[in-house]
Design a protein around this ligand. Sequence first.
Ligand code: TUI
Length: 306
Amino acid sequence: MKSTITELFGIQYPIIQGGMAWVAQYPLAAAVSNAGGLGIIGAGGADADWVKNQIQEAKKLTDKPFGVNVMLMNPMAPEIARVVAEEKVAVVTTGAGNPEPYMEMWKEAGVKVVPVVASVALAKRLERVGADAVIAEGTESGGHIGELTTMVLVPQVVDAVSIPVIAAGGIADGRGVAAAFMLGAQAVQMGTHFVATKESIVHQNYKDKIIKAKDIDSRVTGRTTGHPVRTLRNKMTQEYLKKEAEGATLEELEQLTLGGLRKAVVEGDVLNGSVMAGQSAGLVKEELSCEELIQKLMREANALLK
Ligand code: TUI
């Protein structure tokens, strides 16, 4: 299935794996790229040496293009941005901020620059400064989120820019992929379903929590602090939301989520940790390999789009 995005990235299928902090390490990224999608290593809050090592390990596992996500709230983002350019990674995606300071360096290195946006205004601005495509991410997504839903954000971004648009947020099956194309997207980015694949390094408890999740199991903490984060509900979200409603201080609230993603991913503490996942967790029914997942998505989407 060809699109402007499969052509731009040199990939077989219009499926991109989100560059999730802690979760999206080289075994997952390489598996997705080997299966014909675009795998992405999530730099998250790591340092530049860690990212460099991840890139070099991924290169050993795949000859196909892959990407790196730079989480712009990370204080080490400037050094990570340099590593991405030096290693001549095929694609860089960015999140949680404005990547303008790094655009020139990446473009000069031949890296395709694909920022995540949660609004039309930022999409237009980044097109003007040279973004090759944008990922329009709706509030259904896991982790750090914007306000608008995928259903309303994607078509508005498609109308506002001439570069290709990738839809993200709330997509976990072939119906979602087909719907994204109907909205004018040229590819999808999925996170949650890839967290629960065989090649994902997260603790089994994390995968099981996604697979068991129902439609109403998603929560957003931090709406009042200006840093809304979507996770699956557990003891941590219950305490956080109670304290947030009572007007607790930022310090008190941060105490509850400090190191929470590591706790969930590495230790499998899905009670007290931050089990970041999108609303689409309710659609994830089983742990597949990346190859099986991508084949299933394309079979389902093609049947609907033909
Ligand atoms: O970045 C994400 N999702 C994330 S980052 C992350 S790391 C983290 N770890 C622990 C606690 C909290 C976060 C987890 N999930 N998605 C991409 C995304 N970017 N969504 C929304 C945005 C965004 C928001 C505002 C992009 C740009 C923006 O503009 C700011 C500006 O400067 O204009």
